[in-house]
Write a protein that binds this ligand. Structure first.
Ligand code: SAH
Length: 248
């Protein structure tokens, strides 16, 4: 049960996700252990629950981050190119970077995050370097990791990716987004609107370019919407609170 995964530390949380078989791939477990969720979640970072970031956005619950990474695991390998749409806190960008940005210049992977709220995106960059230190600064300086402020409904025009994660719900997956998936490649996306049921879809493109869509499980995500929708919900970032301040 997802909520039973809450813990008092990052490693405790990841151990609980692994014991619940929500994280099963050893190299994913190592990456999640290496990225402290405490650098990204303003409140109660090791609770298995979403937390407010400000502007109506949330950092998703740990069990959802685990499900997304496990779903995309075969494509989150050193050298892969990954897109995170609605990157919010920047947490998954950091986990993906840990997995793919490895090796020599030519073969090093890339992780691109696109988030439309500038304030959140600037905070995400800072959270990223707080979590990854000098490695993180180097990834940003070399362009291996890029946080772009923009409308994620268009994806990242002109690029193709081995894996695409979408962190907010969309009514339908457009052909333009599908075209940004490599052959082979995989997308993890919540589909639906806030008023109706939403489901996670796994969309896979095989090496011949054939696309298959699989409906997985019901979810509740904020929408991939116009930025006005978010600016209408507040205009301050929830500041990071030190773990010791919240009595964990
Ligand atoms: N995976 C992120 C999820 C953040 S919530 C995390 O765990 O931190 C979803 C995010 O999508 C919010 O930050 C919201 O601002 C962003 N978003 C919503 N609509 C968007 C759009 N059209 N373009 C880019 N980002 C969008």
């Amino acid at each position: 049960m997802a909520w039973r995964c809450s813990a008092a530390s990052n490693s405790g949380l990841i151990d609980n996700l692994a014991s619940a078989h929500l994280l099963t791939t050893p190299r994913l477990i190592s990456a999640f252990k290496a990225i402290d969720r405490g650098c990204f979640s303003p409140r109660r970072p090791y609770d298995d629950a979403p937390q407010a970031l400000g502007f109506g956005a949330t950092i998703s619950a740990p069990h959802m981050h685990a499900a997304a990474a496990e779903s995309l695991a075969a494509f989150l390998v050193p050298g892969a190119k990954v897109l995170d749409i609605g990157s919010g806190s920047g947490y998954l960008v950091a986990v993906f970077a840990k997995l793919v940005v490895q090796g020599d210049d030519e073969e090093r992977g890339k992780v691109f995050g696109v988030e439309h709220i500038r304030e959140l995106n600037e905070a995400a960059r800072e959270r990223f370097t707080a979590a990854l230190g000098e490695d993180g600064e180097r990834m940003l300086a070399d362009g291996d990791v890029v946080f772009r402020t923009g409308d994620g409904r268009y994806g990242w025009p002109g690029e193709q990716f081995d894996a695409i994660h979408i962190g907010a719900a969309i009514p339908t997956v457009t052909d333009a987004l599908l075209a940004q998936l490599k052959s082979p490649g995989k997308m993890f996306v919540p589909v639906g609107s806030p008023d109706e049921s939403q489901y996670i879809y796994e969309i896979t493109k095989d090496s011949a370019g054939n696309v298959t869509r699989e409906q997985k499980f019901g979810v509740s995500y904020v929408p991939l919407a116009d930025s006005h929708y978010y600016y209408a919900r507040g205009s301050t970032i929830v500041p990071l609170t030190r773990t010791s301040d919240v009595g964990l």
